[in-house]
Design a protein around this ligand. Structure first.
Ligand code: HEC
Ligand code: HEC
Ligand code: HEC
Ligand code: HEC
Ligand code: HEC
Ligand code: HEC
Length: 340
């Protein structure tokens, strides 16, 4: 131990001496300036590294987004967000259950406390890519993937892009089986029908009770509003008025004029009349109570189907616009079946 220690000190001392020897022997000559070289060619101006980011990440873009968002029922303090405390409702209401559902496909069966209305981070998280040119903009959305419906796990809807963000919430709940066939059907609850948001399924043209009739059902996914426009293009158009388009989700007229140059009608032809006719037919079969809810009980298949369709078109809340052809077929064929 001791000898090796001594040896090491000796080695360091010797090498230090050698080093000094070497450097002090070197004679560095004074530098002589050479002739000046020719000027290089000017490079091409590069694009500003953050230019692509600033289109979205600037106060000019954000202020109208915040302002429009505050007018939306998504952000509303008196909205239905508080339902998000219940495990049955949390998938779509409030800020907490949706995040769990997107991440794990489930919500906490114990429910949630301290639920808040939706905020920016309910829908947005972080970019999955920064190569927007090749991969397309992802708007840092949590979900742009296709969605498997909760009412029917054999049906997947894919709007290919940011409108997929809407489907998880704007689809019917899995509360009741859609009536079909010819056997009697038991309506078990006064709230029978698809829960409030069947917009994605209407746009796709699915999840109605397709009663046979003279009006043909259009092909699934074939509606002009499905193929040529989208949830986002109709409901989030550009606008200088923050009560429309942007993050208010109120459809802009400008979103319609490319295809409806003379302005678009605000309902499909005959919608209000046909809905009144169908309502009267259901009423004549004693299906409504005094408050307009369904009366639970056992009904013929066609009454149950017509009741499902009436509720679907009411809840869709677009007066048939989401899918004119499918709406017309559900409505006309339901009326026809009850008039036979
Ligand atoms: C097409 C619009 C768009 C473009 C372009 C864009 N972003 Fe985003 N980005 C968003 C949105 C929307 C969010 C989420 C909501 C928010 O924070 O505003 C976001 C979120 C982010 C976040 C996460 C924010 C946080 O608080 O964690 C980062 C980091 C980010 N962007 C960086 C960039 C960079 C860097 C670029 C340019 C290379 C860029 N973004 C371009 C729309 C965009
Ligand atoms: C996290 C679930 C969720 C997502 C995602 C979502 N919505 Fe909603 N949306 C709701 C709920 C819940 C309401 C009802 C809010 C209330 O009244 O409290 C609503 C309300 C609306 C309304 C207004 C209806 C009214 O009462 O004024 C429109 C329009 C709408 N959503 C469109 C969209 C579109 C388009 C998208 C996709 C870009 C989308 N939503 C994404 C859950 C969601
Ligand atoms: C699959 C998603 C989903 C689930 C689950 C869900 N909701 Fe909703 N709910 C919505 C959407 C979307 C809207 C807004 C639709 C619209 O404005 O057209 C809404 C709207 C509402 C409204 C406002 C209705 C109105 O007419 O203004 C109430 C109240 C409500 N939901 C209660 C509930 C309750 C209670 C539960 C649980 C038993 C529940 N929701 C579960 C998606 C859902
Ligand atoms: C209900 C879901 C939802 C919520 C909540 C939401 N966004 Fe968005 N946001 C979207 C969708 C969907 C798009 C993509 C629009 C498109 O494809 O053009 C988007 C786009 C954007 C963009 C890109 C620019 C544009 O308008 O196209 C920005 C920036 C942005 N959001 C910021 C925000 C901020 C800030 C908040 C909170 C004040 C917020 N978002 C809340 C769904 C949402
Ligand atoms: C062709 C354009 C168009 C498309 C595509 C579209 N919508 Fe609509 N939507 C409308 C119009 C127009 C209304 C009726 C607005 C009104 O009467 O105030 C409406 C109504 C609604 C309502 C009810 C609003 C309320 O005040 O209760 C919701 C919710 C909604 N749409 C969500 C969606 C979702 C989610 C998608 C995609 C699955 C979608 N919309 C696709 C144009 C469109
Ligand atoms: C991509 C083009 C396109 C856009 C954008 C578009 N529409 Fe249409 N719309 C059509 C076509 C094509 C039809 C006829 C085929 C059909 O009924 O599906 C139609 C039919 C309709 C009908 C049914 C008329 C009837 O009685 O049969 C209504 C109502 C309507 N559109 C309203 C709107 C509104 C409101 C908007 C904007 C929020 C809009 N459309 C945006 C192409 C478009």
């Amino acid at each position: 131990m001791k000898t090796s220690h001594l040896l090491r000190i000796l080695m360091i001392a010797i090498s230090g001496f050698l080093f000094i020897q070497c450097t002090s022997d070197l004679e560095i000559p004074d530098p002589i300036a050479g002739p000046a070289g020719a000027d290089g060619r000017d490079g091409v101006d590069g694009t500003d590294g953050t230019a692509s980011c600033v289109t979205c990440h600037s106060n000019t873009t954000r202020e109208p987004i915040f302002a429009s968002f505050m007018t939306s029922s998504h952000a509303s303090e008196d909205g239905a967000f508080a339902r998000g405390g219940s495990a049955n409702c949390a998938q779509c209401h409030g800020d907490k259950g949706y995040l769990d559902y997107i991440e794990t496909g489930m919500v906490d069966t114990a429910g949630y406390s301290g639920v808040e209305p939706m905020n920016c981070a309910t829908c947005h998280d972080q970019h999955s890519t920064f190569d927007f040119e090749n991969d397309g903009p992802d708007y840092a959305l949590r979900n742009t993937d296709a969605v498997t419906l909760v009412i029917d796990d054999a049906t997947v809807i894919d709007f290919e892009g940011s409108s997929n963000n809407c489907i998880t919430c704007h689809q019917p709940r899995n509360s009741y089986e859609i009536p079909s066939g010819t056997a009697d059907y038991e309506i078990t609850s006064k709230r029978f029908g698809p829960h409030h948001g069947p917009q994605a399924t209407m746009l796709e043209g699915v999840m109605g009770a397709n009663i046979a009739g003279t009006e043909a059902y259009p092909g699934v996914g074939s509606a002009a509003h499905r193929t040529g426009s989208s949830c986002v293009s109709c409901h989030m158009g550009e606008s200088t008025d923050t009560s429309q388009g942007l993050h208010s989700w109120v459809p802009t007229d400008a979103a319609c004029v490319t295809c409806h140059p003379n302005g678009a009608p605000d309902e499909i032809a005959g919608f209000s009349e046909d809905m009144a006719t169908l309502q009267a037919l259901l009423e004549a079969n004693s299906m409504f109570d005094a408050d307009g809810y369904y009366v639970p009980g056992t009904y013929s298949a066609k009454l149950a189907q017509a009741a499902w369709n009436y509720r679907t078109l009411l809840e869709d809340n677009s007066k048939g616009i989401h899918n004119p052809g499918y709406t017309r077929a559900l409505l006309k064929n339901s009326i026809e079946a009850l008039q036979e």
